[in-house]
Design a protein around this ligand. Structure first.
Ligand code: SAH
Length: 210
């Protein structure tokens, strides 16, 4: 996502009640933040936040945490965000995910993650093994990841990386919007790519830990 400094990003962020400024303090205790024991789903790289917001509004019995790494992007997301009880927003780099969560996440969404096409940037892809190792420590029981992208190379790479690491692919779509499914919650990028006529790929995968 293009990074533009927006005016008063810090101010917008800090004025939003459901922004958590010191997420490390809640490691292992996010259920206390939400004040219930409902499952916690996170989106790493939420961008402007449409997807996580609509999910939270639709499923009040699930807790959601939207994550992005830049103040300017988080501020943009928050600008469109009502205060929703089952939604929190944090700004961290996915590299630090283990500092913030400990065996408490039920599902990770990766939507239109940066593809990092060059081989030498492989380690930056959010489905690279070095991230999968970190995710192991944040999941509660079984690991569950749902990924959407229009980037065929990232999709192929992710299938291989996840499979090698022990994930079972439960569901796959090579043209998500070809199906008559009115329940699909789209992201900003997804809307843009669909308008361009790009195919949208999706996979759901799981790794059992017991
Ligand atoms: N999910 C949104 C945005 C996709 S763009 C959508 O589909 O519309 C990818 C987003 O991931 C960007 O906002 C970028 O800032 C964020 N991102 C990329 N690498 C990240 C990382 N290592 N940690 C946290 N966020 C990251």
């Amino acid at each position: 996502m293009r990074l533009r400094n927006i005016k008063n990003a810090k101010e917008i962020i800090n004025n939003y009640d459901n922004y958590i400024n010191n997420p490390e303090d809640y490691k292992g205790k996010w259920n206390k933040v939400f004040n219930n024991n409902n499952p916690i789903y996170i989106e790493i790289g939420m961008g402007k936040g449409k997807f996580i917001k609509e999910n939270a509004l639709k499923n009040s019995n699930i807790n959601y945490i939207g994550i992005d790494r830049y103040d300017a992007i988080v501020a943009k997301a928050i600008k469109n965000m009502p205060k929703i009880d089952n939604l929190r927003i944090i700004r961290i780099d996915a590299n630090d995910i283990e500092k913030v969560f400990d065996n408490e996440i039920s599902l990770i969404f990766l939507n239109f993650s940066d593809p990092w096409p060059k081989d030498r940037h492989e380690k930056r892809r959010l489905t690279d093994t070095n991230f999968l190792i970190k995710y192991d420590n944040i999941f509660k029981n079984n690991n569950k990841i749902i990924l959407k992208t229009d980037n065929r190379n990232l999709f192929e790479y992710s299938i291989i990386s996840l499979s090698k690491y022990g994930y079972i692919i439960n569901n796959i779509s090579l043209d998500l919007h070809n199906k008559v499914d009115k329940d699909i919650i789209t992201t900003e990028y997804e809307e843009k790519f669909m308008k361009n006529g790009n195919l949208i790929y999706k996979l759901e995968c799981e790794k059992k830990n017991i």
